[in-house]
Design a binder for this molecule. Structure first.
Ligand SMILES: Nc1nc2c(ncn2[C@@H]2O[C@H](COP(=O)(O)OP(=O)(O)OP(=O)(O)O)[C@@H](O)[C@H]2O)c(=O)[nH]1
Ligand SMILES: [Mg+2]
Length: 293
């Protein structure tokens, strides 16, 4: 008898949810950065064992909404939590537990689903600090076991996965065995471009950038031509993204092209255009089109 189901990941921005999903799936299905709010829409990463299938629903970090974009993200998190078979609560072991974690702990209890807590980034903690952090995690009062893990090194993940699997209902697999993610190709490509922008920008800019793939053109010589737009909200942001003599957009393009070639296992040509779209984060029709529900 097989077990399969949905596990929603909840945690503050930057806790390492996407890194954890990538590690458990064994492939990069979600982009990662050191900037909070990297994940904007839910991503399903699929991990399949001999007789189990975990569908990990990577979610945006939970925080206080600031605009229609973040409001949508939060509403979505709440509804995914209550629909999941289990919740994986991810804590950032490098940071003190705070109001944000207590808020999420309450949301998990309200969702009435079984939970497991991962105290992540223990590679950064010594033994006494790990023990203290585990005690603080227990004080949050979320149901279920707590596992110290490192999404970066992979330490501690086997018992965590085993525990998650035990919480899944019995039933057939939900996705074909070989599937790793539910995202369409053009979204994965756009995300890889955005990841390279996040790595190279700071402060407000990472939040102001969105990427949309306009066209995927198969050429006869086997090359795949990808045309994508990088949006900024203001002219000055656009200036930074283009960079002196086009240096920034070129660096983003070169790095993203390598990532995309790895993803698709073929040669590609990436054509990036930086455009200004004032207030895109408030444009409900655009958010619909971008799939940020
Ligand atoms: N040292 C260490 N760093 C980690 C670990 N897991 C994640 N990180 C780093 O933490 C940062 C945030 O990781 P993400 O996986 O993007 O975090 P997230 O929770 O998905 O963040 P949002 O999508 O913004 O909510 C990145 O710089 C990661 O490389 C870990 O186990 N150890
Ligand atoms: Mg993320």
């Amino acid at each position: 008898m097989t077990r399969s189901g949905f596990v929603a990941l909840a945690g503050r921005p930057n806790a390492g949810k996407s890194t954890l999903v990538n590690r458990i799936v064994g492939r990069k299905v979600a982009i990662v950065s050191d900037k909070p709010q990297t994940t904007r829409r839910e991503i399903r990463g699929i991990a399949t064992g001999p007789d189990w299938q975990l569908v990990l629903v990577d979610l945006p970090g939970v925080q206080r909404p600031r605009d229609p974009l973040t409001e949508r993200m939060q509403r979505r998190v709440e509804s995914v939590l209550s629909d999941a078979d289990a919740v994986l609560f991810v804590l950032n072991g490098e940071q003190q537990i705070g109001a944000g974690d207590r808020f999420i702990a309450a949301a998990i209890e309200n969702a009435h689903v079984p939970a497991v807590t991962a105290l992540n980034k223990v590679d950064r903690l010594n033994q006494p600090r790990t023990v203290t952090a585990l005690d603080a995690a227990a004080d949050l009062g979320v149901n279920g076991e707590i596992f110290p893990v490192s999404a970066r090194s992979g330490a501690g993940l086997d018992p965590l996965v085993e525990q998650l699997v035990s919480l899944l209902p019995k039933g057939p697999f939900l996705y074909p065995r070989e599937d790793k993610s539910d995202q369409p190709e053009h979204v994965r490509i756009a995300e890889l471009v955005r990841e390279q922008v996040l790595l190279r920008t700071r402060e407000e800019l990472p939040h102001a950038v969105e990427v949309e793939v306009d066209e995927l053109e198969e050429r006869e010589d086997g090359l795949l031509v990808v045309r994508a737009r990088v949006w900024a909200e203001t002219e000055s942001q656009k200036g930074i993204l283009v960079g002196a003599g086009g240096r920034m957009v070129k660096a983003v393009g070169t790095a993203a092209r390598k990532e995309i070639e790895q993803l698709l296992d073929r040669r590609i040509h990436l054509d990036l255009h930086v455009r200004v779209r004032k207030g895109w984060r408030r444009d409900e029709a655009l958010l619909d089109r971008l799939g940020i529900e």
